[in-house]
Design a protein around this ligand. Structure first.
Ligand code: NAD
Length: 426
């Protein structure tokens, strides 16, 4: 069995997940040979996992990519504002890429990466892990089999969950557009990819509305201080009390451990210190956030097919999808449920169970994290027969919908996607 060698750039949450998933595949199809990350916790985890020598552990991506090409594949799992430069450098060196989403922070940078990959003849796969889940795979199979006829419209809801939203988009890594991307790109480039993949048609027009309306100082409880650790009078009733969320729930500590603790199980002192010094301890209404907390995107696809995507913080969490076809309707809630189908001809309601694999049960994006590395292996070996792998050229088309939606939201216009893409030479 051919073994694909890998370097991991960014050994945080996602970088470590891919390293683990690659190791879990039978027959050792991948071998991680080097890692780069300034923080020792993740670097050490990967060093131990693959028994790497110290000389294969770099503190910065720049140092790793300064070396002659070390592997077949570079996993780029740094934060959103650090995708473009390492991706371009890695392509120049001849690495194939597994690139975290969103591919880059701007439409221009996304196009640059796609063009460079094509010119160099390397594979660049964006981590649209939802494609590799049993849930969306089953929906795609039903549509391809013509179960509900021709699709006329899709409604997708990305319910981020109020607490998850607060963690990521109010206090966390994705709360400021300049440091990451607009919330729509950070959270929903998966959803846009799903809609495009399920419809398998080009998007023609986009319109979007949305703003930051709730997580703002004027909505703070009376007397709320800057930090929850400063003695907030609303501590008992505020759903966003960071002490309750991160400190009292020991399972949650791990999600802020990176950079504040030497281990993935921060102590009481380390957790409290993090709440006193990092953005995770800020009042949710006085944080440094500027991204939208609710947004709606309307899309038209070739042939007049329409789609709507709704994303917001104000729910308990979970994805819904409803697909309207000429011969029936399909509805599903959350990525682990059954898919409900209603067919017009026989007026029958029935359900299709999503296959429950170990991966689905263990989480990891409903099996998508393991699925993507499994299918990438087949693709890189040249024996891929599936329909999920999307070249970066296709991913950029999906990203364009998101960037066009942002243009629409900021300019109060309907954006013609072809003209929008042409501006970037795409
Ligand atoms: N595909 C998905 O479903 C999915 C899910 C979550 C996050 N993401 C994306 O994955 C990316 C990483 O997110 P994360 O949650 O793992 O973030 P993270 O902060 O846990 O990891 C980023 C890592 O990059 C490291 N880093 C910083 N500077 C570096 C440098 N100069 N060289 C090398 N490494 C450096 C950081 O120390 C950190 O360990 C983001 O772009 C995010 O949007 C994708």
């Amino acid at each position: 069995m051919k073994q694909i060698s890998v370097v991991i750039i960014g050994a945080g949450n996602r970088g470590c997940i891919y390293a683990r998933r690659m190791r879990e595949l039978p027959g050792n199809p991948y071998k991680v040979v080097a890692v780069a990350d300034p923080v020792k916790t993740g670097r050490e985890e990967i060093r131990r996992m693959y028994d790497l020598p110290e000389s294969a552990c770099y503190e910065k991506w720049e140092d790793l990519l300064e070396q002659p090409r070390l592997a077949d594949l570079a996993v780029i799992a740094t934060k959103d504002d650090m995708h473009y430069l390492p991706a371009m450098r890695a392509i120049e060196k001849g690495y194939n890429l597994l690139l975290e989403k969103p591919a880059a922070q701007t439409a221009r940078e996304c196009v640059d990466i796609a063009v460079a990959a094509k010119r160099k003849g390397v594979i660049a796969l964006v981590c649209h892990v939802m494609r590799y889940t049993a849930f969306f795979g089953t929906i795609k199979d039903l549509l391809m089999a013509g179960t509900i006829g021709d699709v006329v419209s899709i409604e997708q809801i990305e319910g981020v969950g109020n607490l998850t939203f607060c963690h990521a988009y109010v206090r966390g890594n994705w709360c400021r557009e300049a440091d990451a991307t607009p919330m729509l790109m950070a959270k929903c480039c998966h959803d846009l990819d799903m809609i495009q993949w399920l419809l398998d048609k080009p998007c023609t027009k986009v319109q979007s509305f949305g703003s930051l309306s709730h997580f703002k100082p004027e909505n703070a409880p009376e007397g709320a201080p800057k930090r929850c650790t400063d003695g907030c009078p609303a501590a008992d009733t505020c759903p966003y009390n960071s002490i309750r969320y991160y400190y009292e729930d020991k399972n949650k500590r791990q999600i802020i451990a990176h950079g504040i603790s030497k281990s993935l199980e921060p102590t009481d002192e380390e957790t409290m210190q993090a709440l006193k010094t990092t953005d995770y301890g800020l009042c949710a209404y006085r944080a440094n956030n500027d991204v939208a907390d609710h947004q709606t995107v309307n899309m038209e696809f070739a042939g007049g097919v329409t789609a709507t995507l709704i994303v917001n913080a104000f729910n308990q969490g979970g994805r819904h999808i409803r697909i309207f076809g000429t011969k029936g309707e399909l509805f599903a809630y959350r990525a682990d449920s059954e898919i409900n189908v209603y067919t017009f001809e026989d007026q029958r309601k029935w359900t299709v169970s999503v296959p429950k694999t170990d991966e689905t049960l263990e989480g990891g994006h409903g099996g998508g994290d393991k699925g993507i590395v499994r299918e990438l292996y087949e693709y890189m070996c040249g024996d891929y027969t599936g329909c999920r792998i999307a070249d970066i050229q296709e991913s950029v088309r999906n990203h364009m919908i998101g960037f066009a939606a942002e243009e629409s939201r900021h300019t109060d216009t309907v954006v013609n996607l072809q003209k929008f893409s042409e501006k970037y030479g795409f």
